[in-house]
Design a protein. Structure first.
Length: 427
């Protein structure tokens, strides 16, 4: 099948932000290429196995704050119905990760101007003046060179932005990486959770587990199947060797927990380890330092921006790198106990998706331009999707009006989003 090497829009990373960005751009008629390192779209939801849509609704009354393609996903997954103003929780869950993969396959395949390349890693860029000239992709075709009009970086790690020379920020220490895993054929008992916790706490004291959370377990997908977000690995996700170590450590820790529970906790006797990952989850790495840097003060004051293109509503949610059985156990003032402030809802401006230097680049998702604490809220899934929708819409508009993403007026992007009911929440 012929590949379009000169698309209008190239979206790097088909995660929460990226898949929505590509759909939004293609729906406006832009010739779009979506490139993803995995063999499927969905990012954290499918690469890590995380079914939550945090940020879709505000906490106080579960009123939906983002009504675009992200909500369409929830409707198509049967979580809510068209026209609903509220959803059953502020962090609703889809019940099948595998069904979600297929839904995304169907949605991207039904856009005639959208081409998807899985198993394709964005590996580099070249620049000319203030523009990205080429995006270099490594896949089974070798090193392929694309020359898109506009690039959208939805890699989560701001790979494209950093390689193009756009200023980005990193942190001296990152939130822990987490491998999610599932254990089947478990019999629930009244003290299952407590016993599982006791085993993990003891293993930590004995040095068998360096770190853990919770064990963060729930019967999420079936009555006899446990889903865990118990793993915590301190690592630098931008260091390839350390990321490899983190994957191995996460797998080892998950298996250690499983073996200990099977041996020591009634209810786990006949259990079996279903799956992990397939990737360890990364909460933070690079953040763009763009035209506007969203701050925790903006979130707390719920500052209004004329160029608002997305709405956030999640709390300031920094996770610690030490062992904890739950939030009550987080040390005040320490990483993870830093804040926890719960906003009602707040604006995310178009300028926080724009780099300072590169005129044909938009950055959406967890690596958009924000302070570390602000990003601990704006990084969540549905908010990343809302940013992706804004980025895809803007990239298509840039082509229509023959301007660069940078020259576009963010207020016009907002108007375009409002017209398709995907604009920021008005209260
Ligand atoms: C362990 C963990 C638990 C979390 N819990 C929740 C939760 O309960 N609820 C919630 O809403 N949010 C949660 N979050 C936060 C949230 O999931 C992410 O911040 C969100 O996925 C951000 O979306 P994104 O599109 O920026 O990144 P992602 O969804 O991670 O998408 C990035 C995509 O880019 C691809 N990619 C990366 N680099 C390249 C490259 N160079 N070339 C090609 N493809 C590339 C990746 O494979 C991936 O598909 C959690 C995060 C983690 C790590």
């Amino acid at each position: 099948m012929a590949i379009d090497f000169t698309p209008d829009v190239m979206v790097c990373g088909a995660g929460c932000a990226g898949v929505v960005a590509a759909l939004a751009a293609a729906r406006r008629g832009a010739k779009t290429v979506l490139v993803e390192r995995a063999g499927f779209a969905g990012g954290i939801i499918t690469t890590v196995g995380l079914p939550f849509f945090d940020g879709i609704a505000r906490k106080v009354d579960r009123k939906i704050v983002y009504r675009g393609i992200g909500l369409e996903f929830l409707i198509k997954m049967g979580v809510c119905k068209p026209g609903d103003d509220t959803v059953y929780a502020h962090n609703p869950v889809i019940r099948s990760i595998e069904r979600f993969k297929i839904l995304l396959d169907e949605m991207v395949s039904s856009e005639p101007t959208l081409q998807v390349l899985f198993h394709s890693f964005v590996a580099g860029v070249t620049t000319k003046g203030d523009r990205i000239d080429e995006v270099i992709v490594a896949n089974k075709g070798g090193l392929q060179r694309f020359r898109p009009k506009t690039v959208i970086d939805c890699t989560g790690d701001a790979d494209v932005a950093a390689w193009a020379g756009a200023p980005c920020e990193t942190s001296p220490e990152y939130m822990p990486l987490t491998l999610h895993f599932r254990i089947g054929n478990v019999t629930n008992t009244p003290d299952l959770r407590q016993k599982a916790r006791d085993v993990v706490v003891a293993a930590h004291k004995e040095g068998k587990l360096k770190n853990y959370y919770g064990p963060g377990m729930s019967f999420m997908f079936a009555n006899d199947e446990l889903y865990f977000h118990a793993i915590r690995v301190k690592a630098d996700p931008l260091d390839p060797a350390d990321l490899t170590r983190a994957e191995m450590q996460g797998r080892r820790d998950a298996w250690t927990m499983y073996e200990l529970w099977k041996e020591n906790v009634p209810g786990f006797e006949n259990s079996y380890y279903i799956t992990s990952g397939p990737y360890i989850g990364i909460r933070e790495s690079r953040r763009l330092q763009g035209q506007y840097v969203l701050t925790e003060a903006d979130i707390k004051e719920e500052k209004k921006f004329p160029d608002a293109v997305a709405t956030g509503t999640w709390y300031l949610d920094l996770h610690p790198n030490y062992a904890t059985t739950g939030s009550a156990n987080v040390k005040p003032g320490g990483l993870g106990g830093l804040d926890g402030y719960q906003p009602d809802h707040y604006d995310i401006p178009y300028r926080s998706l724009l780099p300072k230097k590169i005129s044909n680049l938009i950055v959406a998702g967890r690596c958009h331009s924000a302070t570390r604490l602000a990003q601990s809220s704006s990084r969540v899934n549905a908010t990343a999707m809302a940013m992706g929708e804004a980025a895809g819409t803007a990239a298509a508009m840039a082509r229509e009006v023959k301007k660069s993403a940078q020259e576009l007026d963010g207020r016009k992007v907002r108007e375009a989003l409002d017209q398709i009911h995907a604009g920021p929440f008005n209260g």
